[in-house]
Design a protein around this ligand. Structure first.
Ligand code: ZN
Ligand code: ZN
Length: 251
């Protein structure tokens, strides 16, 4: 595997629905020479597999233990919160967001929002969109609003896989990321940002990050598919905050 990035802030563990322990992700990260690893399990609103906020002390304890095993590796505790509310609230209150070192946010089918009946409609529309069905202008505007409003409402560090799982206006979302200083993610596990999405977003003054979104320890640090989209889009490498300098433009 090419070692393109020097840190990976989007990885999952058994605390949500990843397969490995925090120490396993850390072992992989240290093994491939990353200097920083972020654990970002799914927010508590995710049906069946969201984290239990009462488990945060245990996550912190596991991180401290892993840091002793891999002293050269900085390990941060993040969270991947859910955006599915028109008022911009996430599935973690602003107060509880402070339990974490940083917040990633994104849209997922597993969180239906504060109005679950409407949330099911969004999921069905999203599934249809992903299969090529054109969504209505209303649906696109509504979906875009809950991302844009969440960017203004919260201190979100990284917007996860923008454009994934439903129809969104990436232009409006990139503009909001610019204004709120939010990093846009090019996700290896999901197809977003797409090549077209990157081209739209790079017109704005935003930074990008490559993330593995690893759900198994072996996938930590792997951003090869995301990198292919960067090259196809022609994104200037210096705009990617975690790209190793010696890896730029080597496909
Ligand atoms: Zn996600
Ligand atoms: Zn994820």
């Amino acid at each position: 595997m090419n070692n393109r990035i020097f840190f990976d802030l989007h990885t999952h563990t058994k605390y949500s629905h990843g397969k490995g322990r925090i120490a396993d992700n850390a072992a992989m990260a240290a093994g491939i020479g990353l200097t920083r690893l972020g654990i970002s399990d799914h927010g508590p609103g995710c049906l069946t597999f969201g984290i239990d906020l009462n488990g945060v002390p245990s996550m912190r304890k596991d991180i401290e233990a892993a840091k002793k095993l891999f002293p050269g590796l900085e390990i941060l505790l993040g969270v991947e919160a859910n955006t599915a509310n028109a008022d911009g609230t996430l599935d973690i209150s602003k107060e509880d967001q402070k339990l974490f070192d940083y917040v990633i946010a994104g849209y997922h089918y597993s969180y239906l929002g504060k109005k679950p009946f409407a949330g099911i409609g969004v999921v069905l529309g999203g599934l249809a969109h992903e299969r090529g069905v054109t969504s209505s202008e209303h649906a696109r505007a509504r979906n875009t609003d809950f991302i844009v409003n969440s960017l203004y409402e919260n201190d979100i560090y990284i917007l996860a896989h923008p454009g994934d799982k439903a129809d969104f206006d990436i232009d409006a979302i990139a503009k909001a990321c610019e204004q709120t200083d939010t990093i846009m993610e090019i996700n290896n596990r999901h197809h977003c940002l797409t090549v077209e999405g990157i081209r739209t977003a790079m017109e704005y003054d935003v930074k990008f990050i490559l993330s593995s979104d690893a759900h198994t320890p072996g996938a930590v640090g792997n951003v090869e598919k995301a990198w292919e989209r960067v090259v196809l889009a022609g994104l200037e490498p210096s705009r990617i905050i975690n790209l190793r300098e010696d890896q730029q433009w080597s496909l």
